[in-house]
Design a protein around this ligand. Structure first.
Ligand code: PLP
Length: 404
């Protein structure tokens, strides 16, 4: 993404021509468009479900699911998000260096003293997952004479990071005793919150409640009451946030919903969300091939009749999955057109026989909306047997992110 002061002739040229729809005219074969107004809209929509006591923590890991972490973070702050979650320490540093002042939780686990020093230096809030890790943090911070706010991850059934809920109380009490650590939060993560059947999610929630109650923490008490403060509690991802306000606690950790997609079809009725990302590319050549001519590697497509094809400047190295070869559609002038032949690293071909006047340089929507028609990450995920999360963060940084 090119913003701020130009640092090179290239950046200067791009900035000079950067208005909506202009940048793509000068040099780019393909790009990602990010609708920041849609992000703000989604945050506002999700906030309608939250009580005033609940803070919306925007999950901006993996470069905000491919949307650009810094611009997303600034937008959601304006729209009312009060905290951030990232997966790694460098992701947290990127936000701090960009001037983000809100709490930043690092969801991944840190195990080296240099990483702990960095977390402390940039005032990130780490996740502690085991007693050993807590001891290492306490010892490292002690040598620096620094105190750090930390969150503890309790594994209530995800079987990923965290101390198992049966040992959760012991773990929390250990951290409360250790010097140089301030218990800022206790959290857990659902494995099946997007399922229509809530049984397993309820079981995980029950385990979380057991730990909290045994510790004598009352979630109904305000976070800071005079000099007494309790750790903040959080357990909900997007799906749980949309499902039930009783799961919200002090923070909700929302990723996917901010980017305008629903974790599951049955959650579409909860709030109105707008997809944020569109992926576009340009036609780079047009040609007519005779019946019987093969297209692309391996001739997975052979023309049955005289066919007009267009080459489009985007491929699997940009994040268009090769497994969509011969299956996907694109949008041109608001109409669906079929993709044909194997998708190659940097280019793919489409059948444009129905559009005899199509020109080189015209814009093709790979993912997004044109008029009444749209192609969503959910459509791709269904065709590929995966989830929309993977589609969103699959677009590579060779594609510039353009913010509108
Ligand atoms: C990624 C992640 C989230 C956000 O999940 P969404 O389904 O995208 O809302 C929340 N919590 C944790 C621990 C995560 O790893």
């Amino acid at each position: 993404m090119v913003t701020g002061k130009p640092t090179s002739e290239r950046d200067r040229l791009i900035l000079a021509l950067r208005g909506r729809g202009r940048y793509d005219e000068i040099c780019q074969r393909s790009w990602v468009e990010i609708d920041l107004a849609a992000i703000a809209y989604n945050v506002q929509q999700i906030k309608t479900l939250l009580s005033p006591q609940t803070t919306l923590m925007a999950v901006v890991k993996a470069d905000a699911y491919g949307h650009g972490a810094v611009s997303v973070a600034k937008t959601v702050t304006q729209a009312g998000a009060g905290a951030f979650a990232v997966a790694t320490t460098p992701e947290g540093i990127e936000l701090r260096e960009a001037g983000i002042k809100q709490p930043i939780l690092v969801l991944g686990a840190a195990y080296t003293s240099d990483e702990i020093k960095a977390i402390s230096h940039w005032q990130l809030q780490p996740t502690l997952c085991t007693p050993q890790q807590a001891l290492l943090f306490s010892e490292t911070l002690g040598k620096l004479n620094q105190t750090l706010e930390v969150h503890l991850n309790i594994d209530t059934g995800m079987s990923r990071l965290g101390t198992s809920w049966q040992k959760g109380v012991e773990f929390v009490q250990l951290v409360q005793r250790l010097p140089n650590l301030k218990l800022a939060g206790i959290y857990s993560h659902f494995a099946t919150a997007d399922s229509l059947d809530q049984t397993l999610m309820r079981q995980q929630h029950q385990r979380f409640q057991t730990v909290i109650q045994t510790l004598g923490i009352n979630p109904k008490n305000p976070l800071n009451q005079g000099t007494v403060s309790r750790p903040c509690l959080h357990i909900s991802n997007s799906a749980a946030t949309l499902t039930d306000a009783a799961l919200h606690y002090d923070w909700v950790r929302v990723g996917l919903g901010i980017y305008g997609l629903y974790p599951a079809p049955h959650l579409r009725s909860t709030v109105d969300l707008k997809p944020v990302m569109q992926v576009k590319a340009k036609v780079t050549q047009i040609k007519t091939i005779e019946a019987g001519t093969g297209v692309s590697y391996g001739y997975q497509y052979i023309a049955e009749k005289t066919t007009r094809i267009a080459v489009v400047g985007i491929g699997y190295a940009d994040g268009v999955p090769r497994n969509l070869s011969n299956k996907m559609k694109v949008l041109v002038r608001g109409e669906f057109l079929p993709q044909i032949g194997a998708i190659t690293m940097d280019q793919l071909m489409i059948d444009v026989t129905s559009m005899p006047d199509l020109q080189v340089g015209e814009v093709v929507t790979i993912l997004g909306k044109e008029g009444k028609n749209s192609i969503s990450a959910d459509d791709w995920a269904a065709d590929l047997g995966t989830i929309s999360w993977e589609i969103l963060c699959g677009f590579k940084h060779r594609l510039p992110r353009l913010n509108f």
